[in-house]
Design a protein around this ligand. Structure first.
Ligand code: NAP
Ligand code: GCO
Length: 258
């Protein structure tokens, strides 16, 4: 029988103190998984722990910068010692810098690539050996509309998220034979702190996105919960290297006629 249960599974969701990561982790917990998350600053981890408690989720939080390979290896070793092998990894931590490309410094460009592309590589690399030993695992990379589309000011983010789509396909290709499924979730425009500047009252981007989305609204972090459970569960065991766009139809739509 098809099962969406995550009972007995351990899920590591990166950057999951709030926003999309928090919503997905909460859903994985409701499906039975034990939740482990990290964030970059102690105050964020504290805030996250409090938020999980409020939802009745028993989560374990660690401070870890996902761009730092030593910190990530230490985090994964601690999780394996204190909790167990990571069965489900969600590479969620991400940043964006909205700067016209010809004004963007190479340092800013590199920083975005570091968090949004190099870090998913580093964290996946750290969990794969134990997944192989255990006989399988699930890796979910949080991609974006910018894995497919470009737009003004987001060159580094688009380069990173496009790269993340191909890293997803490559992990699927390289480790599928070990029963590891690596898929992406490509959220559309979701109301979180990351997109708050685009939703300020009167900002033209707000109405632009509503018009560009067949669902005629911004997404919510909760819109990503069902897709996360599906890709983390055995219901998706033959789905590999796919990016599931959860975008209210944006990628299917040419846009409203003027
Ligand atoms: P968010 O609100 O900015 O949350 C991202 C989290 O990652 C924050 O807690 C952030 O900490 C953390 N983080 C950043 N750098 C980190 C690092 N080096 N190590 C550990 N944690 C780090 O973002 P969100 O909107 O929930 O987005 C989550 C993911 O979905 C991102 O990958 C984003 O690109 C992607 N996404 C978002 C949207 C959207 O519309 N919101 C759409 C498509 C894809 P700080 O608070 O300190 O930065
Ligand atoms: C932007 C947005 C996007 C979204 C998201 C779209 O400035 O265009 O911030 O990049 O955050 O990733 O899927």
């Amino acid at each position: 029988m098809v099962s969406f249960s995550l009972k007995g599974k351990i899920a590591l969701v990166t950057g999951a103190s709030y926003g999309i990561g928090f919503a997905m982790a909460t859903a994985l917990a409701e499906a039975g998984a034990k939740i482990v998350f990290n964030d970059i600053a102690p105050a964020l981890v504290e805030k996250g722990l409090e938020a999980y408690r409020e939802k009745g989720v028993e989560a374990t939080g660690y401070v870890c910068d996902v761009t730092d390979e030593e910190q990530v290896n230490a985090l994964v070793a601690t999780i394996e010692k204190e909790i167990g092998v990571v069965d489900i990894l969600v590479n969620n931590a991400g940043i964006i810098k909205r700067i016209p490309m010809h004004e963007m410094s190479a340092a800013d460009f590199r920083q975005v690539i570091d968090v949004d592309l190099n870090a998913p590589f580093i964290v996946a690399k750290a969990v794969i050996p134990s997944m192989i030993k255990k006989g399988g695992g699930k890796i979910i990379n949080i991609c974006s509309m910018m894995s497919e589309l470009g737009r003004e000011t987001v060159s580094a983010y688009a380069a990173a998220k496009g790269g993340l789509k191909m890293l997803t396909r490559n992990i699927a290709s390289e480790y599928g034979e070990y029963n590891i499924q690596c898929n992406g979730i490509g959220p559309g425009y979701i109301a979180t702190p990351q997109t708050a500047p685009l939703r300020e009252a009167g900002h033209p981007f707000n109405s632009f996105i509503i018009a560009k989305t067949p669902a005629a609204r911004w997404g919510t972090p909760e819109d990503l919960q069902g897709p996360a459970i599906f890709l983390a569960s055995s219901a998706s065991d033959f789905v590999n290297g796919h990016v599931l766009y959860v975008d209210g139809g944006i990628l299917a739509y040419i846009g409203k006629q003027p």
